[in-house]
Structure formats: structure tokens, C-alpha cells
Design a protein around this ligand. Structure first.
Ligand SMILES: *Cc1c(COP(=O)(O)O)cnc(C)c1O
Length: 356
């Protein structure tokens, strides 16, 4: 039986994506060949890459606005260093908002290239909220933020308006809610949180911000080279790109980001209402910053953990334990998680209450 999969990433994908990608591994486009054994330069695969790049821009509302989409390898973590390599000047500086483990990872890499200014941090409160009221220096080469903090369950609801290029790590909430994506100059997202299997990273770049920092950039780390090669500078991760394309097609057929946002809001409302109502539980993140993708919550009395754990496992739920730095539970409700899975979890939480 299919589990209710709350894994934080790699995570649940639409069932039709699993089925169609399995089919493509056996016989791609009725070619008598597997997707895994054809040239990435073949007409059929070039069409996959082209469509994936175009569809990503279309869904984000960025077509014809000077943006390029790339499907790179190396994970979101490689973007932590590609961003400063491509945007930070020699002896330059960059501004970062520190909202959690991943933001911190990005700051650590940027420090290798120049000065980093942390405009605000919620580290002292174990990243349970998004800092507000900070100012971004307008002489920095760019401002970097993380839209959704996968581990702590916080999400930026507003983004600062600044005059310098804005870079956003959207790994865990891209394609989940309507945002004016044209406010950003670079958006990157590891596929495995909301778009596809691990192995590729979507990078969206406003082309005119490149080529200005005067650094000599190794080819594989140079966004401009990847753009020029149409995301095929070397052999791309063909399977993750194909499965990502299938997920993007699924999303488009569903009605795009506006349609999935409604479902995501309904799922989040269901779980947070229960966390707030049920006297056995409490939320881990500040209410106004709660993530619609990763709901973090705790038992008020840890002594009930064994009972609760046995109950949700028996209900066919998987992947619920929280990250070790927060503890408790984390319900990751990415695009492909059905509303019914959240209903099952809420029922288990109610049952626990009636048992105790
Ligand atoms: C998971 C995650 C990352 C790291 O992604 P990798 O692809 O494993 O490098 C970075 N940022 C955020 C917000 C994440 O959720």
C-alpha cells in the first residue's frame, strides 16, 4: 500500500510521474531504447531539456522577461558557491539573511569569496521565526535569502524591496505559491523538495546581471557558459531532468501555481488548526512565519511519543520525525502530497487526544 509520505526531501512526487518515468526507463518515447541509454544530444532528449527549461519559466511567469532556466548538477549546495563566484566582485561584499541551516551554509561558502554582511539572524531563538525590520546595504553586490526554511518550518511571506540583485534559495517551496518571481535575479532550487528526484537543481537567472564581477570563473561554475550551452555544457543529469519535466507538466495540467497554492493552503490550514486546537501539541515556529510546506510541531509531554509514533506508523504515515535540530515532528506537505494524507494525520492526532 502507498504510504502517506511526509519526507522532507527527497520527497513524494505525483504518482503519474513515477509511472511515466518508470516507463521511459524501459522504453523512451516508443524508441525501443531506454532514457538511460540514449545520447543527451539526441533529438528526443534535447526536446526534453528545452521543454523543461521553457515550462519552468512559463509556470513562474518569467517567459520573455530576460530570464534563463538551467538544470544543473551538484544540488542546491553547489549554488551556495556559484552565486558568489558569479556575482561577487573581487574585494566585494554580499548581504545575507540568516534564517537557518541552509542560509548558514550559503553564508559559509560566500565568505570564501569576500565579505558577507548578515543583515539579520534568528539563530539565538533556534531559527523559530523570520527576522523583520532589517536593512540591506545598497552597496552590496547582491542580497541572498532563503524563502522556506525546510528544517525549522518557517517561510518568508514578504521579501524586501532592494535596489541590488536579489538571490533566493527556493529549494523547498518553489512552484508552491504565487509570488512575483520577477523580483528576483537568481532563484535556485534543488529538485528533490518539490520538483523531481535528487540530482538536478533548477537555476533561474536574469541574464543581464552576469559578467559584471570581473572574476575568472571555471567553466563548470560559470552560469554564462551553461546558458550559452543551453544547459548542456556537459552531460546533464538526464533522468532527474526528465522526471522534473513530468512534474512540471503535471502542475501545468492542474492549473499551475495558483491552483496548487489553493490546495497547499488547505493542507496547511488543516494541520495548523489541529496543532493549535489539540492540547497535546504545540507548534515549533512563530505563527506569522509558519511554513505551508514544512509544519514543525512538538508534543507538550514527550511521554506520549511512543504511543503517538506507533499510531501514525500504523496509519500508514512515513517520514514524520522532526529534524534533530528541532526535535518533535515535521509534516512536509509538498505539492504532490494529497490533502487526504493530511486528513489521516489529523485523525491520528485527534485519536491520541481521545486516548489520553
Ligand atoms: C535541501 C535544501 C538544500 C540543500 O539541497 P541539496 O540539493 O542537498 O544541496 C538547500 N536549501 C534548502 C532550502 C533546502 O531545503
Amino acid at each position: 500500500m502507498k504510504k502517506h509520505n511526509y519526507s522532507a526531501g527527497p520527497c513524494i512526487l505525483p504518482q503519474e510521474v513515477f509511472e511515466k518515468s518508470a516507463q521511459a526507463i524501459l522504453n523512451f518515447n516508443n524508441s525501443g531504447l531506454s532514457l538511460l541509454e540514449i545520447s543527451h544530444r539526441s533529438k528526443d532528449f534535447v526536446a526534453v531539456m528545452d521543454e523543461a527549461r521553457a515550462l519552468a519559466l512559463e509556470l513562474l511567469g518569467l517567459q520573455g522577461k530576460g530570464y534563463q532556466a538551467l538544470f544543473l548538477a551538484g544540488g542546491a549546495s553547489l549554488e551556495f558557491l556559484m552565486v558568489p563566484y558569479n556575482l561577487m566582485k573581487e574585494n566585494g561584499k554580499a548581504a545575507y539573511l540568516d534564517t537557518g541551516t541552509w542560509a548558514n551554509g550559503a553564508i559559509k561558502e560566500a565568505k570564501l569569496f569576500g565579505e558577507t554582511v548578515v543583515v539579520a539572524s534568528s539563530k539565538e531563538q533556534n531559527y523559530n521565526h523570520i527576522p523583520k525590520g532589517f536593512t540591506v546595504p545598497n552597496d552590496a553586490d547582491y542580497f541572498h535569502c532563503t524563502s522556506n526554511n525546510t528544517i525549522f518550518g518557517t517561510q518568508m511571506k514578504v521579501f524586501p524591496s532592494v535596489d541590488i540583485p536579489v538571490v533566493c534559495d527556493m529549494s523547498s517551496d518553489i512552484f508552491s505559491r504565487v509570488i512575483d518571481f520577477s523580483k528576483f535575479d537568481i532563484i535556485y532550487a534543488g529538485a528533490q523538495k518539490n520538483m523531481g528526484p535528487a540530482g538536478t537543481t533548477l537555476v533561474i537567472i536574469k541574464e543581464d546581471i552576469l559578467g559584471k564581477n570581473g572574476r575568472v570563473i571555471p567553466s563548470m561554475l560559470d552560469y554564462a557558459k551553461h546558458i550559452k550551452a543551453e544547459s548542456m555544457y556537459n552531460t546533464p543529469p538526464v533522468f532527474p531532468v526528465y522526471a522534473s519535466l513530468l512534474t512540471l507538466q503535471w502542475l501545468k495540467n492542474l492549473g499551475g501555481i495558483a491552483a496548487i497554492e489553493k490546495i497547499n493552503n488547505a493542507k496547511a490550514a488543516l494541520i495548523y488548526t489541529e496543532i493549535d486546537r489539540n492540547p497535546l501539541f504545540k507548534g515549533a515556529a512563530a505563527i506569522e512565519d509558519r511554513s505551508n510546506m514544512n509544519a514543525t510541531f512538538l508534543l507538550n509531554d514527550e511521554n506520549h511519543a511512543a504511543t503517538f509514533d506507533a499510531m501514525w506508523k500504523a496509519a500508514g504515515i512515513s517520514g514524520l520525525p522532526g529534524h534533530r535540530s528541532v526535535g518533535g515532528y515535521r509534516a512536509s506537505m509538498y505539492n504532490a502530497l494529497p490533502l487526504e494524507s493530511v486528513q489521516v494525520l489529523v485523525e491520528v492526532m485527534k485519536e491520541l487526544e481521545s486516548k489520553i
